[in-house]
Design a protein around this ligand. Structure first.
Ligand code: PHE
Length: 345
């Protein structure tokens, strides 16, 4: 019997090695290893042996079976690989390769910041209103109480398209558009959008940037409403532990005018050299927005009678807060379109 087994083993190996296509594999398998195969029938014959011979012979058959099984798997693998490479020579589409992962994009950091701002103001009843990016001198300046040759024009370095047309230097002209559209209704809007200034490009300033303007017009709106809304905004945007500070300031289109500061995340505020951080220039405070009560002349230009109506307005930057939040040290990254930067957010 041992001889029979050895012959079978040699024959099996030789035939397996002679196979040259995967199609021939099943036939070989049935013949040698299948339920009705030669090895199985040898196992069945064990019963005819004496009880002394039986265990040793059974062991040998099982070893051979195992050996042929391993050779089969190896041969199968080799044949499949050869098949594939032959296939690839005829036709270079390899359907067994894993697909290339699709890169999914995401929103730009500026858009993400804008949407957080929208959400906070939406909860306070403000809706989004969009105004033009290319403006007339009239809307960007004159209707906002900044006549020609007014020294306050120096506050905005302006891109002039021609003598009358500018790229808006701030979102404030949107106040006039909104008032003229909504008169005689009360107004609660925010006006987001891109602004342009003819400035040298540095880590802290770009010649294009986003602002979000806010405007509330009603019959009984007071400075305390502005302070309440801006405090709520600062806390929701930056956390309740932040302090908000209001300072007197000047803008031609608001009276009185204020500037809104927020305590810096470094938590220091005594203004000495040894306190604070570089971000807040060692003052402990960061500027968030300019604001004030809408000037009577501006209300009138929007169609609202200042004897009857009042309102507040504010304007804030968008990139700067994002810069602070994520510890980014150069505003130019926002427009550089460098994916290595953008993919981090
Ligand atoms: N438009 C002002 C600026 O860009 C900010 C501002 C808006 C101030 C609204 C007061 C009211 O500097």
């Amino acid at each position: 019997m041992l001889e029979q087994i050895n012959m079978l083993r040699e024959k099996g190996q030789n035939e397996l090695n002679a196979l040259n296509s995967t199609d021939q594999l099943p036939e070989w398998y049935y013949r040698y290893l299948g339920r009705k195969g030669d090895l199985t029938s040898l196992l069945k014959q064990l019963g005819t042996l004496s009880s002394e011979e039986r265990p040793a012979m059974g062991k040998v058959i099982n070893e051979v079976k195992q050996e042929l099984q391993e050779s089969f798997e190896l041969r199968q693998k080799t044949l499949r690989e050869t098949n594939l490479s032959q296939q690839l020579e005829i036709d270079d589409l390899d359907v067994t390769l894993p697909g290339r992962p699709c890169t999914t994009g995401h929103l730009h950091l500026t858009t993400q910041t804008l949407r957080r701002i929208y959400k906070i103001f939406q909860e306070m009843g403000f809706q989004v209103y969009e105004a033009p990016e290319v403006e007339s001198d009239e809307f960007n300046f004159q209707l906002l109480n900044i006549p020609e040759y007014h020294p306050a024009r120096d506050m905005w370095d302006t891109f002039w398209v021609n003598d009358e047309v500018v790229l808006r230097t701030h979102t404030s002209p949107g106040q006039i558009w909104a008032m003229r559209e909504y008169y005689p209704e009360p107004i609660r809007v925010i006006l987001p959008g891109k602004c342009y200034r003819f400035e040298q490009i540095t880590p802290r300033s770009e010649h294009q940037f986003f602002q979000v303007e806010g405007l509330a017009i009603g019959k009984n709106i007071r400075l305390t409403d502005l302070i309440g809304v801006m405090s709520e905004f600062a806390h929701k945007m930056y956390g309740v532990e932040r302090k908000v500070r209001f300072r007197g300031s000047y803008f031609p289109f608001t009276e009185p005018s204020i500037e809104i500061d927020m305590s810096c995340s470094c938590g220091e505020e005594d203004g000495t050299e040894s306190s604070g951080c570089r971000l807040c220039k060692y003052t402990g405070w960061l500027e968030v927005a300019g604001a004030g009560m809408v000037h009577p002349a501006v209300l009138r230009n929007g169609g609202y009678d200042p004897e009857e109506w009042s309102g507040f307005a504010f304007g804030m930057g968008v990139e700067r807060p994002a810069l602070l939040k994520h510890n980014i040290d150069d505003i130019r990254y926002f427009y550089g379109n460098d994916l290595r930067f953008l993919q981090q957010f």
